[in-house]
Ligand binder design. Structure first.
Ligand code: IPE
Ligand code: IPE
Ligand code: MG
Length: 227
């Protein structure tokens, strides 16, 4: 099973406590560890986390800088432990625009963990669904594929997600009901679930509720229900 999460509400979590927004980002990042462990207990093999969108560059410079440093620090400090636990780390998004140090930290961690098989953790960072589609089209053209050979399977291969199966469940925290440019190709038939819980507070109970809601969904893929 593949679960994808739009981790939203870090800013509100901080403001509710009278703290600066970046404290919410720190608390949100710390939450990733427990959430990953929790989903693994449910047998989830792929977890995709939306951490920074191509639109998030429009935030104030200080917040963008903080988020960039936070990802770099977290990758460097967490990779070894994740590796020991069999986690394969992948990056969905554009590397251009990220600092050289951050690009290096990402590629070291992707490289080190590439053969791990317990669970795949995809970090969507500098990720936008439309940017991904533009990058896919460029890559297809550059590879010289004839237009008559372009199929859905060819498109899939050139997306950042490659062979990774589509998400079964897309969760958005903090009560918002929009997709904000996340996995727009891959989530065509995903089940959507909005949780009112702010991301730093999204805990094992919230995971149980989301998985419970998913288990009662009937996935039809355009067909009639099985009677
Ligand atoms: C999600 O939390 C993290 C990022 C988008 C980087 P927000 O920062 O969007 O939190 P809110 O929506 O302002 O509460
Ligand atoms: C989506 O959240 C992006 C991430 C969680 C990284 P935003 O908070 O940026 O989305 P909008 O602006 O509310 O749509
Ligand atoms: Mg938000």
């Amino acid at each position: 099973m593949h679960v994808a999460i739009i981790m939203d509400g870090n800013g509100r979590w901080a403001v509710d406590r009278g703290l600066p927004r970046h404290e919410g980002h720190r608390a949100g990042t710390e939450n990733i560890r427990r959430i990953l462990e929790e989903f693994v207990k449910y047998g989830v093999k792929y977890l995709t986390l939306f951490a920074f969108s191509t639109e998030n560059w429009e935030r104030p410079d200080a917040e963008v800088d903080f988020l960039m440093k936070l990802l770099q620090e977290s990758i460097i400090s967490e990779t070894q432990r994740l590796h020991e636990n069999g986690v394969k780390i992948c990056h969905f998004g554009r590397t251009e625009g990220l600092s050289r140090e951050l690009q290096d930290a990402i590629s070291r961690s992707v490289d080190l963990t590439k053969d791990n098989q317990v669970v795949t953790l995809n970090i969507a960072y500098n990720y936008g669904g439309r940017a991904e589609i533009v990058d896919m089209i460029k890559a297809i053209i550059d590879s010289g594929v004839e237009s008559s050979s372009v199929t859905e399977d060819v498109v899939r291969k050139y997306l950042y997600s490659g062979d990774i199966p589509d998400p079964d469940l897309v969760i958005r925290t903090a009560g918002e009901m929009r997709i904000s440019n996340f996995l727009i190709w891959q989530s065509a038939y995903s089940e959507y679930y909005s949780s009112p819980v702010l991301w730093p507070n999204f805990d094992e109970n919230a995971v149980r509720e989301a998985m419970g809601a998913y288990s009662s969904r009937i996935r039809r893929y355009g067909r009639v229900p099985i009677s």
